[in-house]
Design a protein around this ligand. Sequence first.
Ligand SMILES: *Cc1c(COP(=O)(O)O)cnc(C)c1O
Length: 390
Amino acid sequence: MNFTKNYADRLNKIPPYLFAEIDRAITKKRAEGVDVISLGIGDPDLPTPQHIIDALNDAAEDPKNHRYPSYTGLLEFREAVSKYYKRRFNVSLEPENEVVTLIGSKEGIAHITPAFVNPGDVVLVPSPAYPVYEIGTILAGGSPHIMPILSENEFKPNLSEIPGDIARKAKLMFLNYPNAPTAETAGREFFSEVVDFARDNEVIACHDNPYTEMCFDGYLAPSFLEVKGAKEIGIEFNSLSKTYNMTGWRIGMVSGNADVIAGLGKIKENVDSGVFQAVQHAGIAALNGSQECVFENNKIIQKRRDFMVDSLNELGWDVKKPKATFYLWFKTPDCSKSTDFAKKVLDETGVVITPGTGFGKYGENYIRIALTQKLERLKEAVLRLSEFKF
Ligand SMILES: *Cc1c(COP(=O)(O)O)cnc(C)c1O
């Protein structure tokens, strides 16, 4: 039997997941014997710090952690999140009803739409962006309204350009700073504009903040929840994935407006059974422990950033040093289409870079490099790129 013709309409509306396609291309190249250097997906190559692994091991030995966890998460983990927000951002959160543990922030982002979006409802989605904002909207039967984020506007959406009727109809708005894929940052002033917009239009602002700790040159990224009124209209997704090199562990959190959190919780209560408690204990160790590991991590990424940006500029490519995230986002040096350029680079050098269009149509003519390889491999990548003819 071939069941692909039985796919639901919503499945047929989903464009191919870019990273799955890139994975297939990599597998093919490797099978051909090519030494592939992947600067593609944003998955840290550095290990999870030892004290976090130790906390997992200890907690895994305790039979009381072997049972179903609660879908809202261990209160102790939510307290650790609340303490982190207080210490780092001076934001007060009630661990009981303003924080929920997530199976990675991707899970929460994908589940916020079925909680608040009816078929036909509008969701404001930036482009380029992390693909889940738009796909989650489509899965819920909603209608994404694309907000272009362009270099001339420092990769922020122009809120005054959103038509009034669309703004009033919108249920949710997704934002993400420090941003993937553009590596742009946002200040409190922009977040304040978002709060005003959300309040005026009764839109729930969903800020995605997984790179809040991955900052360089002394820059400290703010939380959306720091801004006055933010908790009345919005929530913030956060994650331990990038901060502590824990992408495979699947643990994140959402904080903010209690009604919104409760709505998301209602979906979660019915579709999942929470995060393995031993992983939550590891998360507690991460949040409550010394943050020296985060500092050391950022030092390594900053070195890679400096090497890569300086080297690419020497090759005549126009690349800027980002203040945050482990991404470089820049125009294709020959002004060619993103996918053509990325394909040519892979074919001729074995280096994987991500075409900007994988993040939406406003990513056209851009490419993204993830700094998720050791310095020696980056040096090898630059060597190959220096011989690349376009
Ligand atoms: C990595 C990433 C996430 C997902 O993080 P998880 O917590 O691992 O699910 C969410 N948003 C953006 C923008 C990311 O880059």
